[in-house]
Design a protein around this ligand. Structure first.
Ligand SMILES: Cc1ncc(COP(=O)(O)O)c(C=O)c1O
Length: 397
């Protein structure tokens, strides 16, 4: 029998991927430099030289048996130690290597974290707007995704709706800050309120509600600010990190789960994730890449371009009268479309070779997302197209 669940997923392909494929095809017709492709969140700056240098040094000098062998199923101990020390230095939480589980990016981290703290039929709560891949990430575990409508004022958390949605069936809450697609950075106040809510509901239901914190954009924060660290506010947190965006190495597939030392089950969660790995065929990330990551754990690419691009787009959208919450980080911006139907809005933008993503699939209907991980020169050239699109389609502004 052909599995009906995965077969049905074939007809629900990612809108983002489809638009990106459209942009590539259009690029073949008119030259890709003339397509303002704001569809895909692929980093646009190179990895720091330190990453390649570490990989080359390891390839030249490391014992090939260690470098190319399987790492232990819980991850390479030296790598885990370096990640734990970095987290302790940065966030003051005394992680030990036993709390770190190296994964294939944030997707791999979330796959393990979800399975470790939910059972079939449990609910996992997410806050709109959210990364649409959360739907398959959650629903293929046997748990069920439930979403809380967005706080459209500032894209923090809609606490009134969260209070209602956090029923006894909820085993875990999955957050993402800095947020894809809104660019919102959850404030300390938001994280404190969330922790208070989780504590209160856990006590009421007599079981711990876990927090899974998806943080691939942690290092991309604007205006000289920093993302408050969610695990500092709530100990029952599994932090899911990825180096895809901070080191611009999404194809290398490396990240980790960090289990807070005071999390319920902190002594067993990482060994359990190694067991989950056996079942889902993850096993361990590349040994070479684990070790190269550990050498560069505190480095980042030169991420400044994203803030420059954000300001150019934010200023242009606001000048044209679009309602937009200024992003605090990431490389996304999510303005409100100029008509209710954001799919129609994005379709009209294509005439100007502007490829925006309707935010309906992020559960933010009426909004659209622009991923500005592009060269600033291209963003600058797109501004004229944006002005013409808005003025010619929606009247002088
Ligand atoms: C919010 C969010 N979570 C998870 C991921 C998956 O990241 P990775 O490539 O590290 O698996 C992405 C990728 O774009 C993302 O935007």
């Amino acid at each position: 029998m052909i599995n009906p669940v995965y077969r049905a997923m074939l007809s629900r392909k990612s809108v983002i991927r489809e638009l990106s494929e459209y942009a590539t095809a259009r690029g073949k017709e008119i030259g890709y430099e003339n397509v303002f492709d704001f569809s895909l969140g692929n980093p646009s700056v190179p990895a720091p030289a330190s990453f390649a240098e570490a990989a080359v040094r390891l390839l030249r000098n490391e014992d090939p048996m260690r470098l190319h062998g399987y790492s232990p199923s819980v991850g390479d101990p030296d790598v885990k130690e370096k990640v734990a020390r970095s987290l302790e230095r940065r966030f003051g939480i005394p992680y030990q290597k036993e709390h770190i589980f190296p994964t294939s990016g944030a997707a791999g981290a979330i796959a393990h974290a979800l399975r470790a703290v939910t059972e079939t039929g449990d609910e996992v709560l997410v806050f709109a707007p959210y990364f649409p891949e959360y739907i398959p990430y959650i629903n293929t575990t046997g748990a069920v995704m439930r979403s809380v409508p967005a706080d459209t004022e500032n894209f923090q958390i809609n606490f009134d709706a969260a209070e209602q949605a956090l029923t006894e069936r909820v085993a875990a809450v999955l957050i993402n800050t800095p947020n894809n697609p809104s660019g919102a950075v959850y404030t300390e106040e938001t994280l404190r309120r969330l922790a208070e809510l989780l504590r209160r509901k856990s006590a009421q239901y007599g079981r711990t509600i876990f927090l899974i914190s998806d943080e691939p954009y942690r290092e991309i924060v604007f205006d000289g600010k920093k993302q408050a660290y969610p695990a500092s506010f709530y100990p029952h947190t599994l932090t899911c990190y990825s180096f895809s965006k901070s080191l611009s190495i999404p194809g290398e597939r490396i990240g980790y789960v960090a289990v807070h030392p005071d999390c319920e089950g902190s002594d067993v969660l990482v060994p359990m994730m190694a067991q989950i790995s056996r079942g889902i065929g993850h096993n361990c990330p590349s040994s070479l890449i684990q070790q190269a990551m550990a050498e560069t754990v505190d480095d980042t690419s030169d991420l400044r371009v994203y803030e420059t691009n954000m300001n150019l787009l934010y200023d242009t959208f606001t000048e044209l009268g679009l309602r937009v919450v200024r992003p605090g980080g990431t490389f996304y911006i999510m303005p409100q479309a100029l008509e209710e139907d954001s799919i129609a809005f994005c379709r009209k933008a294509l005439k100007y070779d502007l490829v925006f993503v309707p935010a309906d699939s992020f559960e933010a209907p009426g909004y659209f997302r622009a991923a500005y991980c592009l060269a600033t020169e291209k963003v600058e050239r797109s501004l004229d197209a944006i002005r013409r699109f808005v003025r010619e389609t929606y009247g002088t502004r």
